[in-house]
Design a protein around this ligand. Structure first.
Ligand code: EPU
Length: 352
């Protein structure tokens, strides 16, 4: 495929392993809770991962792969090797069959990457604007918002496998994307490090305005451009979700639970106001925010941990919270929702 000049330099191979010790992760995760990592290494190039695997001491340590730290709740100090993905670079790989293949290195900031594609005039990722985190973390939980999911415009990725020390290529199908799920949370958990992700952006762009709140935000603009849709998503998110730079949080703390049609029918009979979305297979996805809200948790706090007052699905650090305090609040919410609705909530962020 034709090469194309990249917007940023891909750093040359760097295999020096300058491990730092007893590093605070407080500023590196969006919850902003204190946790000390015994070993910490910045990764600029995948050759460093190969070198780690060949180092008997480093290879024996449990690993934590860190991107933007926006989907992580740390509840204790960690005797691990943190691999902080900092490889950068974006390039157009080529154009074929009505799509444009754009590759970004894992350490790129997600929102900056989305904005860069929009500045080139390439639509596709606009509904996913302002999601915190990095490009490399995005496929792991198949980030999704406002009627779109990463999987829709995903082409392939490369990952380093700590089992065999090789770089592998995975297609969309092989990534086994689901709702906030992928092969990286299942079979490849703990062994894969995503190096770069390639997106398939449509040459004939079409707006995705299926999410009612987004369509409403844009109701004054008859034919919104991708950049206008991005601006609308940014406006909605800024109103509802706390800015992690100001209030520590990790976005939605729980996934929206999926229940069978019969569980749904029973719940709907008891709670006609229940907010739900029917799925292709006949099951129902319930709005966890609604369940939590009904239990009276919205805007409430337990010590320094709280529930955001504009979105009940978002737990916040009200200042000086520990990870354990946030986890205790999550457990109280989970227990209340289970008692009242008989529905079990699953955490979205990784809790360590
Ligand atoms: N609702 C309440 N109380 C609230 C908030 C919402 O009752 O405090 C009800 C409303 O009826 C609302 C419905 O819940 O219509 C859904 O709320 P919202 O549109 O805010 O979406 P969500 O289902 O709570 C999901 C994603 C978000 C994503 C939005 C928009 C999950 C776990 N979360 O939230 O993703 O931004 O949809 O698409 O699927 C994230 O993953 O970190 C994240 C923020």
């Amino acid at each position: 495929m034709a090469g194309y000049n990249s917007s940023a330099m891909i750093l040359p191979a760097k295999t020096a392993l300058s491990v730092q010790h007893n590093v605070s992760l407080k500023a590196l995760t969006t919850f902003g809770v204190e946790a000390i990592a015994s070993n910490y290494l910045q990764i600029q190039h995948s050759d460093q991962l190969k070198a780690i695997r060949q180092d008997s001491v480093l290879a024996a340590l449990p690993r934590l792969i860190l991107g933007g730290g926006s989907n992580l709740l740390l509840t204790r100090d960690l005797d691990v090797l943190v691999l902080h993905m900092m490889n950068r670079g974006i390039s157009l790989l080529g154009e074929e069959d009505g799509i444009r293949l754009v590759q970004a290195q894992a350490g790129e900031n997600w929102h900056s990457f989305v904005q860069w594609t929009l500045e080139q005039g390439w639509g596709g990722l606009e509904n996913l604007s302002l999601i915190p985190g990095t490009v490399g973390a995005a496929p792991i939980q198949n980030i999704g918002a406002y009627g779109s999911e990463l999987s829709q415009h995903f082409h392939s990725l490369h990952y380093f496998d700590f089992e065999d020390g090789e770089i592998h290529d995975l297609s969309r199908k092989e990534c086994e994307f689901g709702y906030r799920d992928s092969v990286f949370k299942q079979r490849l958990r703990g062994r894969a490090v995503i190096r770069d992700v390639t997106f398939a952006l449509p040459m004939k762009w079409q707006p995705q305005l299926g999410y009612a709140e987004l369509a409403k935000e844009l109701s004054d603009i008859p034919h919104p451009t991708a950049s206008e849709i991005s601006a609308a998503v940014v406006a909605i998110r800024s109103r509802k979700l706390p800015d992690p730079a100001v209030i520590g949080n990790a976005g939605s703390f729980f996934k929206n639970p999926v229940v069978t049609a019969s569980v749904y029918a029973d719940l709907h009979q008891r709670y006609p106001e229940l907010v739900s979305y029917i799925q292709a297979d006949g099951s129902y996805k319930l709005a966890a925010a609604w369940l939590i809200d009904q239990c009276g948790w919205k805007g409430k706090a337990l010590g320094a941990a709280g529930v955001h007052d504009k979105q009940a699905l978002v737990l916040i650090n009200r200042g000086g919270a520990t990870g354990a305090e946030i986890l205790a609040l999550a457990e109280r919410i989970r227990s209340d929702v289970a008692l009242r609705f008989g529905v079990s909530l699953e955490s979205e962020p990784v809790v360590l």
